[in-house]
Design a protein. Structure first.
Lengths: 182, 182
DNA sequence: TGAGTCATGTAATTCGTTACATGATTAA
DNA sequence: TTAATCATGTAACGAATTACATGACTCA
């Protein structure tokens, strides 16, 4: 089943916010969607080139003779907007879920309880850091984009991050209690 | 960076519970770890063969002359147990997180609000079903494995599922309120 | 006798990451 | 001047899924 990749759509989506270069798209993903969607640069650049070929985006080619590695920015085309809208209509496909911490815990009795406790403490700290990142992101976004039609949707995704991280944190604490008892 | 696959470890782990065939391992994964770890049969069989080659598991070969497709069961070896224990010590590696529902919502203003509401309602139903599955799994496991040293760990993973699903459910409801409010 | 499930395995293909190569610009 | 970051891109590789091929057993 070909074409299951959604790199194309995150690129198109990012370009609805503003014109960007491949590098900027990569950075934008890292700073805003990282907690529910990630992409590597080695995926972004070829897909971007493919989007140009399909006329979904337009390349504002600044390639002067001198600088071969000049920054190129991309603009989404009408066709690109249509493709994005079309994709949005369809039911999201369930993604592979893989959580190595859970897998280790599931087989935990074959290892040292102390190691499991250590893994959980590490996870707890990561959750605490994640929570403070999400809270500051929430504030920053709300202030900077008060008038943006995107804001409502962005806040929904951040709310997801916060609720899930809080739940994970409370699970960590409960699990630690179970393993530390006795 | 080779050998990042953890299929080997889930196979070894499953074989610490009891001897199983490849088919049974696949089924066991589907019925117990599916909500945090999945594997496809096309991954299980070759990895199982590899484990035999590395002497991590032993094949109880019932291959009589007649039935070429007889069920083969596998037993974990001492070396396999060591390998599993070794893996358990190490900090879990962060796995790729991909949530297409979130990605669609993030770019939601480029689509119809009604579609986003529909996607969320679908997710809400899936969470409700998941919750009832996890609750019955919790009961079944507790009764059937009351004396098993694995039980404590298994319940921790189920508790994760329940807490996360509940959080997702409450997020769905909150998000629906935001989007349905005019 | 036909459907469904039990059961094992392979091949093709896709997806995506990592590592590398290259070079410009900027701030200490 | 040198380290960091900005910036684009390719090649090699690995992981994993899907689809397919094969065939036995069981139950209605």
């Amino acid at each position: 089943m070909a074409n299951r990749s959604r790199t194309k759509y995150i690129i198109l989506g990012m370009l609805t916010i503003q014109d960007m270069s491949g590098y900027e798209i990569t950075k934008a993903i890292k700073s805003s969607t990282q907690f529910f969607w990630s992409e590597s640069p080695g995926q972004i650049y070829p897909t971007l080139a493919q989007c140009v070929k399909e006329a979904l985006v337009f390349c504002n080619d600044e390639a002067s003779g001198k600088n071969q590695r000049a920054k190129k920015t991309y603009t989404i085309t009408e066709k690109g907007r249509e493709m994005l809208a079309f994709w949005l209509e369809y039911a999201p496909q369930p993604d592979v879920i893989r959580n190595e911490l859970l897998l280790k815990l599931f087989f935990g009795r074959n290892g040292k309880a102390q190691d499991m406790i250590y893994h959980l403490m590490h996870q707890k700290k990561a959750n605490e850091a994640g929570l403070s990142f999400l809270n500051s992101l929430q504030n920053k976004l709300s202030l900077k984009n008060a008038d943006s039609p995107d804001l409502k949707y962005w806040l929904i995704t951040i709310d997801y991050g916060i609720k899930i991280t809080e739940a994970e944190l409370s699970w960590c604490e409960a699990a630690l209690k179970v393993l530390e008892a006795k």
